[in-house]
Design a protein around this ligand. Structure first.
Ligand SMILES: [Zn+2]
Length: 127
């Protein structure tokens, strides 16, 4: 399972980060606190985004209403191309609410999220 050099291994991260945003789930939320329906929705979305990424060679994860054309904003400049909500957008305003995108390191990977759109999950299990 561990093959850090594999292309697939590296390319999963951006879509996963974006999928959490699209479902308004905080990246540090423990997986076991999600409901089955949420898991299914996230998984289906992730599969779609990955297929789209393979097809286009870009990581485009924003919904139609949040594209540069739809919002009248300049396109994103980044070496991986594509339009994203939070991936590698630390400190920049969230496309939806304008809050500054935050980042943290989780199991050796950078995760990104909007503190407003993805509120921290509150549970006694986390304390
Ligand atoms: Zn936001």
């Amino acid at each position: 399972m561990r093959s850090p050099r594999s292309q697939a291994h590296r390319s999963v991260a951006p879509q996963l980060v974006e999928v959490l945003y699209r479902h308004r789930i905080h990246p540090l939320r423990p997986g076991h606190t999600l409901r089955v329906g949420q898991w299914r929705a996230i998984w289906a979305d992730l599969v779609d985004l990955m297929a789209e990424g393979v097809r286009t060679g870009r990581i485009d994860t924003v919904r139609p209403e949040h594209t540069p054309e739809a919002m009248g904003r300049p396109p994103r400049v980044d070496d991986h191309g594509g339009e994203v909500y939070v991936y590698r957008r630390t400190g920049q305003p969230c496309l939806v609410c304008g809050s500054r995108v935050r980042t943290a390191v989780l199991v050796g990977r950078n995760v990104f999220w909007c503190p407003h759109c993805q509120p921290k999950f509150r549970s006694r299990a986390l304390r």
